[in-house]
Write a protein that binds this ligand. Sequence first.
Ligand code: BEZ
Length: 211
Amino acid sequence: MSLRLGDIAPDFKAESTLGHISFHEWIGDSWALFFSHPADFTPVCTTELGKTALLNGEFTKRGVKAIAISVDSLESHNKWVPDIEEVNSVNMNFPIIADPEKTVALLYDMIHPNASEKATVRSVFIIGPDKKIKLTLTYPASTGRNFTEILRVIDSLQLTANYQVATPADWVHGEDVIIIPAVSDVDAVAKFPKGFTSVKPYLRKTPQPNL
Ligand code: BEZ
């Protein structure tokens, strides 16, 4: 059965381009962005891994560690890394897991046989410091992911984790957020000192609390 939001992300041990990884230990107290790509030496994947390396400072700022995986070997990953660095003018500053036996790919249901029997699809898992899955996304091989959207979701998830707020459609960092219905108006006065506006009794907006 596929993994669902709130499930504990399965732990595993694997080799990566930055050494042996024991997944939960590697995550530690951070958040994790764990994502699969179909294959090394492919065009879309080359741009995606480069983009992640370029954005790694943004992930680090948010306490997020990025880690990629495909069913290629460590030898293949290590041969491909210089291409990613050259094409995207970056240093590969996060690990790529080698999973030639498909052990981790199967554990995370990253192989969708009706799309491809051999390769992983573009799965995304955002995992919290509690090791629980906070977000899943699945893209086809032909569509490169929007890593700016992934950062946006992380911002939203971390606001929810730290304050009792949710984020509206198309929200971006800096815009007003929504007070979750579980907070009463009386409690909201104390919790949200910047004030709030009731558009409807169930839709109350407040300035982003961590700014
Ligand atoms: C790519 O990364 O470009 C790619 C990989 C597998 C299928 C199609 C595209």
